[in-house]
Design a protein around this ligand. Sequence first.
Ligand SMILES: [Mg+2]
Length: 233
Amino acid sequence: MAGQLTTIGFDADDTLWQNERFFRLTQARFAELLADFAPPEALMDRLLEAERRNVGHYGFGIKGFVLSMIETAIEVTDERVPAAVIRDLLAAGQEMLRHPIELMPEAREAILALAGTYRILLITKGDLLDQERKLAQSGLGELFDGVEIVSDKTAPRYGAIFARHGDGAERAMMVGNSLKSDVIPAIEAGAWGVFVPHDLTWELEHADPPRAHARFAELQHLGELPDLIARLG
Ligand SMILES: [Mg+2]
């Protein structure tokens, strides 16, 4: 079956490079700035609620995250949040948009090992400009046969991407750290779904692993991917 595999899609954030850790650092700063108004745990709960409410309007990424922090700050202060706090939240967001790329271990090696044999795609969601910046800084750009920056990752979206860039989802694989966005919808589309967990994963990306599915696999790190693909053959 894997003899038919022609196309491999990679998620970007927390699969090829670090991402969530920068959100966590900013959340800690957010909690610090609003410590006079609410305890950290309550703040995190309110922020997550706001993100859940807003993701359908703002999409995924730093800009939406900053707007949700500001909205939460207004709520928890009963509309008395000091302008200096808003300014600091905006500054924290801008700092996130400038953070340097930190590649995950084995990311480059895994892609290099597969790039000659398979069509390699980058499939990511988030702010367009930010994802383009990170891809450029990663130094991985030339290794990809196609790049798709999408508003959300759904089964029909994967079906369309693998049809456009490859030979359809049946002959494709998606590799990523999010069960909800990378693995499950890719499997639903008919592709392989390979889960590479990251120790920090955003609440809204959690889902149960489809361990019983024949096209599901889980790896400790990307260095194991070439062997997995060889075994499938
Ligand atoms: Mg990810």
